[in-house]
Every structure is written in C-alpha cells, then in structure tokens.
Design a protein around this ligand. Structure first.
Ligand SMILES: Nc1nc2c(ncn2[C@@H]2O[C@H](COP(=O)(O)OP(=O)(O)O)[C@@H](O)[C@H]2O)c(=O)[nH]1
Ligand SMILES: [Mg+2]
Length: 387
C-alpha cells in the first residue's frame, strides 16, 4: 500500500498539539534572598524567558507567580528573606499556605511539586538564620513532604561551593540534594571567564525527585540538559517499539504497515513534546516522506523481514509472527532514533524547517534513517529474535 504523507504529517501535527496541551503543569517555589540569583537561575533552566523583572502576579505579600500562557510551568518567586527574621517567618507561613492550598485542590496542576532554596555561594557563608528556617520549615513540611533542593547559586569558585556544600550536608537537613550551579557564564576579567555549569545536575535531581506524571513536562520546559531530553525520548522510543512488536506480531500480514502508523505518530508526538520544539508541518512532512514515505518503510520492512529470515539461524522454523513483530519493532526504533537526531539538530540550531523539507534535506534524512536501521539491526535483533 502507499502512504499518504500529507495525512500522516497532519496526524502528527494534531497528536503533537494534543500531547502538549495535555502536559501537566509543573509548580516550583523558588526561595532565597533578593540578589542571590533566582531570576538568573530560572532563565537559565527554562526555555521560555520567564523571570524578566516586573513580570508575574503578586499572590501573597512575599510571593509572586510567574507563568506564560500555554507553557506548563508556574514559578512562585519569593522575596523578603533579606528583611530579617520576622519577614522570614511570614515567608515561611506563605510558602506553607501555598502548599496547603495546592494540596486542597487535589489537582496535580495546582500542587507544589518542589522547592528550590537558593543560597549564594559568593556570599561565602550560610547564615544560621537560613539553616534555622530550613529546619523549621522541614518540621511543618512533614505531612506534605514537598521535596526541597538547595541550589548554591553563583558558584563560580568550585572549591568554595564544595566547601559550602559540605557545610550544609553536615547540618543533616531534610533536603533532597545540595546542587552548586553557575547559571550564567561569569566574567572574572578580560582573560578569564567562568563557564556556567551545574544546571544539568539540577535537572537530573529533578528527574529523580518528581512524580512520573510530571517528567514529560520537566523535559518540555527545561533547556539546560540535552542529555536528559535524549534519555527521556529514548524511553518513549522503547515503549513504542514494544507496542509495535506486539502489533507486528498480530496475524495481519506485515505488508499492512498502516497498522503501525498510530503507534509511530504517538511516539513522534511524545518526542516532540520532550524536546519542546515548535514543529511546523514542513518539518514533519519532510521527515515522514524521508522515512515512512513513498517506497520507504514498506520496502525497508520487507527487506528487514527477508534479512532476518536469512540471518537468524533456524528462522525458517520461527513463526512468521515473530519475524514481522521484530521487523515492526526495528522499524519503529529506527524511526524514533532518527527523529531524536532531527530534534537534536533543531534544538542545537543546526537545522531549520526549510532545510529538512528540501530535496537535500530529505535525502540526508533518508540516509540517516537507513543508517539507524542498520545500527538497530546489529544491536537489537538478538533481543527480538529471542522474543
Ligand atoms: N554571571 C552571573 N551572574 C549572576 C548569576 N546569578 C546571578 N547573577 C547576577 O547577580 C545579580 C542578581 O541576580 P538575580 O538573578 O536578579 O537575583 P534574584 O534577586 O535572586 O532574582 C544579577 O546582576 C545577576 O546578573 C550567574 O550564574 N552568573
Ligand atoms: Mg529576581
């Protein structure tokens, strides 16, 4: 059968829009004294510039909520820590109140999912007041158990931040991690610039801390770790591959590739949401025609099936279902891995939509897909042939 490239591309666009619209909203409270680097941190981690000064809506005396329409993230930015003990007490009350309100809503989109407590490494010391605040907060946070991550901001001196980290760890606070970061390059003088670092570690800690249903959102909104995006996208490919294996295994002959398309469309939507990249029809059409398109997947699928028959010892005795299941799985993996490579290139700014939908772009993409198929075959076929 022939593939209707336009229809598949349109299905992808719709699936992507649905997927993004259905992402849960992530809610983070970012606490710490004015000037420690909260806004710089927020702008370094998230792909939308959220923390411009003056933006956001005051929700309590010491907190304002920063958000952008259509972007599944709310940041509660606090101030007042620098105003002394009484103000700090009030901030604590407001933070606890906000947590309670979120829990009372029984809606994951309103719940506070974690707190970043920011301390400036460059200040050289941790105030005992802040340690006390964290301890008092932990007491009152016992039932809600909102995870607290301490972020050591402006850590351009790695030795100083390591020292400070140890000091804090020795306090045995009830926190998930203490993460030193430099959110933005720091110019020390003409000769020496300290390069930003640590934001990827913060993302890793977040990945381990947040509930599963927020992990797609975390990847969608963050721009600090390409590795984390790729890892999460590969998990989506593995899920789709397993589903495709089952679908390919079904008694319907494999030549009916159309059976796989919804699984693959859903996979492409998941990967796109993870990368958080605006995708237009042109990119998707280019990708679909290069891979699934005319003479693409069907022929490739048949070739793989034939090769598997030749390559697996005793394959002649294997059920035809195992072969077409393996073929469907391999095709889906190769498709997913190629799409991840495409998203990576777009993320890095190496490719734009007109490149991919040009003749040269499609040829390149075809080559990539074929290469992925070969690599996938080497890796995976043993696993599949055992299934
Ligand atoms: N180079 C560099 N400057 C930083 C960093 N973090 C904070 N700053 C600077 O410290 C000042 C206060 O930062 P800001 O993010 O506004 O702090 P906030 O009041 O906690 O939101 C600004 O001048 C920032 O440019 C960083 O990671 N790198
Ligand atoms: Mg700020």
């Amino acid at each position: 059968m022939e593939f209707d490239t336009d229809k598949i591309a349109a299905d992808c666009i719709k699936a992507i829009a649905d997927k993004i619209q259905n992402l849960k909203t992530l809610n983070i409270i970012v606490a710490g004294k004015t000037g420690v680097g909260k806004s710089t941190l927020i702008n370094g981690v998230f792909r939308e510039k959220m923390a411009d000064t003056g933006m956001g809506k005051p929700v309590t005396q010491y907190m304002r909520k920063i958000y952008k329409k259509g972007f599944p993230l709310n940041i509660y930015d606090t101030r007042g820590f620098e105003l002394g003990k009484d103000a700090q007490k009030d901030v604590k009350k407001e933070v606890l109140g906000t947590i309670e309100k979120g829990l009372a809503s029984k809606d994951i989109n309103e719940t506070i999912h974690c707190i970043w407590y920011c301390i400036n490494t460059a200040s050289n010391r941790v105030e005992s007041e802040e340690i006390e605040w964290l301890k008092d907060f932990a007491e009152e946070n016992k039932s809600a158990q909102v995870p607290v991550i301490i972020v050591l901001t402006q850590s351009f001196s790695k030795s100083k931040s390591a020292e400070m980290r140890n000091m804090i760890l020795n306090e045995n606070l009830d926190v998930v991690q203490v993460v030193p970061v430099l959110a933005e390059d720091y110019v020390i003088d003409d000769e020496y610039v300290a390069k930003s670092y640590g934001l990827d570690v913060l993302i890793k800690v977040m990945t381990e801390t947040l509930p599963d249903e927020l992990l797609d959102t975390l990847q969608n909104v963050q721009k600090a770790s390409l590795e984390a995006k790729k890892r999460h996208a590969q998990a989506a490919v593995a899920t789709a591959t397993a589903a495709a294996f089952g679908e390919g295994f079904s008694p319907i002959p494999f030549s009916d590739c159309a059976l796989l398309i919804p699984t693959q469309v859903a996979m492409i939507a998941s990967i796109t949401a993870i990368f958080g990249i605006e995708i237009n029809k042109s990119i998707i059409t280019g990708f679909v025609s290069a891979t699934l398109g005319t003479g693409g997947a069907t022929i490739v699928g048949k070739t793989i099936a034939a090769n598997l028959l030749k390559l697996i010892p005793g394959a002649g005795t294997l059920a035809g279902g195992a072969i077409s299941g393996a073929t469907a799985g391999l095709l889906t993996t190769a498709l997913g891995e190629s799409y991840i490579l495409l998203m990576e290139a777009v993320f890095k700014g190496e490719i734009n939509s007109s490149d991919i939908n040009s003749k040269v772009g499609i040829e390149k993409m075809k080559g990539l897909f074929k290469k992925e198929l070969k690599e996938v075959k080497k890796d995976k076929f043993v696993i599949f042939s055992k299934a």
